[in-house]
Design a protein around this ligand. Structure first.
Ligand code: DAH
Length: 325
C-alpha cells in the first residue's frame, strides 16, 4: 500500500518535469503506455490471491485514472505557457492600430493627359508617340521657322549638337507625320518638350499634346467647335472661353484660346489654327485638303484644373500637395 502511495507521489513529481508536449508524451508512455509502469503492475496482479488482486487492482486503476487527469492538466499548462512565451518573444502588441494601406492615384499631369486623350480618341483621333531628341529641320524649318526667324528666340533651346536638340515643341510630330502619311490624317501626340526656362510658370521640361486633322472641307469652325467642346469636357461646361487672334509660323489664321478664371482674368490655355498651306504643300498634300492643328500646354491646364499658382508644385513630389489633387 505504502508502495502504491509512493508511486502516485513519484508520478506527480515526474509529470511536472517536462516543459514541452513532446517530453510530456515520453513520460506518459513510460507511465501509462502499454509497456509502462502501470501496465507492468497490472500484469503482476495475476500472481496475487483473489482478495488482494481485487483490492490492488482497484487501487492501481484509480492511480491510472488520476494519472491520466494529471497528464491532461499538465498538457494544458504547457500549451498556455508556450503561447505566453511566444507572445513575449514575438513582442506582439495587440493594442497597436493596424497598418493603413495607402492607395495611390494618378499624378495630375498624367491625369490631364489621359483625360485629354480620352476626349480626342472618342472623336476618332489616333494617338502616336513622339521623339524628344529632334533635328533642327523637324523642330523648326519644316514648321516654317527658318534659321533667323524671330520666333526661334522664344524657344530657349537645349542644343545637343549643331544639328540635334531636345524638341522645344510637340509640333515636331506634325512636321514628321504630315510628310509620311496620306490624308485624311487625324492624330494626337503627347509628351515632354524642353526649354531653358525656370520660374513660377515655367519648368525646363514640360508636356504638350499636339493634335491635327487634315481632310477635305476642314474649316476654322470645325476647329472652334472641337476646341470649345474639349474645354467644356474638361471644365464641366461651366467655363467661359475666347479665341484671341495670334501668330504661329506654322498656322495661317492662328489663335490662342483663353479661359475666364475664377478671379475674372483671362488665362491662355492653348494655341491653334489652320495648318499653313506651305506645310501642306511641302508634304505634297493636294490643295483639295485643308487642316487644323492645336497645341495644348498640359501643365497650364493642370494648374487651372487643380487651382495652383506655382508650376513647381507639380514636380516637387510632395505628397501633401499630391494628395490634394
Ligand atoms: N507649338 C506651339 C508652342 O509650343 C503650340 C501650338 C500652337 C501648336 C499652335 C499648334 C498650333 O499645333 O497650331 O508654343
Amino acid at each position: 500500500m505504502l508502495f502504491l502511495h509512493k508511486l502516485l507521489l513519484h508520478i506527480r513529481f515526474y509529470i511536472q518535469i517536462p516543459n514541452t508536449i513532446k517530453e510530456l508524451e515520453i513520460v506518459r508512455i513510460n507511465i501509462i503506455g502499454k509497456k509502462g509502469t502501470i501496465s507492468s503492475l497490472l500484469k503482476l496482479l495475476s500472481k496475487l490471491n483473489i482478495v488482494k488482486r481485487s483490492l490492488f487492482g482497484n487501487i492501481i486503476n484509480n492511480i491510472k485514472q488520476i494519472t491520466q487527469l494529471l497528464f491532461t492538466n499538465r498538457k494544458y499548462k504547457i500549451e498556455a505557457l508556450t503561447l505566453e512565451e511566444r507572445i513575449i518573444k514575438e513582442n506582439v502588441d495587440a493594442s497597436l492600430p493596424g497598418r493603413i494601406l495607402t492607395i495611390g492615384s494618378m499624378h495630375p499631369i498624367t491625369d490631364i493627359i489621359s483625360k485629354t486623350e480620352r476626349f480626342f480618341l472618342k472623336l476618332g483621333f489616333i494617338s502616336m508617340s513622339g521623339i524628344e531628341i529632334e533635328d533642327a529641320f523637324h523642330n523648326f524649318e519644316a514648321l516654317n521657322i527658318p534659321k533667323y526667324h524671330p520666333s526661334r528666340t522664344e524657344h530657349a533651346t537645349f542644343w545637343l549638337t549643331k544639328k540635334l536638340l531636345l524638341r522645344t515643341q510637340a509640333s515636331n510630330m506634325q512636321s514628321r507625320i504630315l510628310i509620311k502619311q496620306k490624308p485624311p490624317i487625324k492624330v494626337i501626340s503627347s509628351g515632354c518638350v524642353y526649354r531653358n526656362d525656370y520660374n513660377k510658370t515655367h519648368t525646363p521640361m514640360f508636356h504638350q499634346l499636339e493634335g491635327f486633322l487634315v481632310d477635305k472641307t476642314i474649316s476654322f469652325s470645325n476647329l472652334k467647335t472641337i476646341v470649345r467642346d474639349f474645354i467644356w469636357f474638361l471644365f464641366n461646361n461651366k467655363i467661359n472661353l475666347r479665341f484671341r487672334p495670334s501668330y504661329f509660323p506654322f498656322t495661317k489664321l492662328s489663335t490662342e484660346v483663353d479661359i475666364l478664371s475664377s478671379s475674372n482674368s483671362w488665362l491662355e490655355v492653348l494655341g491653334c489654327g489652320m495648318i499653313h498651306p506651305k506645310l501642306l504643300n511641302n508634304a505634297n498634300i493636294s490643295t483639295n485638303y485643308s487642316g487644323f492643328a492645336f497645341g495644348i500646354g498640359i501643365e497650364r491646364l493642370a494648374m487651372l484644373y487643380y487651382n495652383m499658382n506655382d508650376i513647381r508644385f507639380l514636380y516637387d513630389n510632395d505628397l501633401r500637395f499630391l494628395k490634394q489633387c
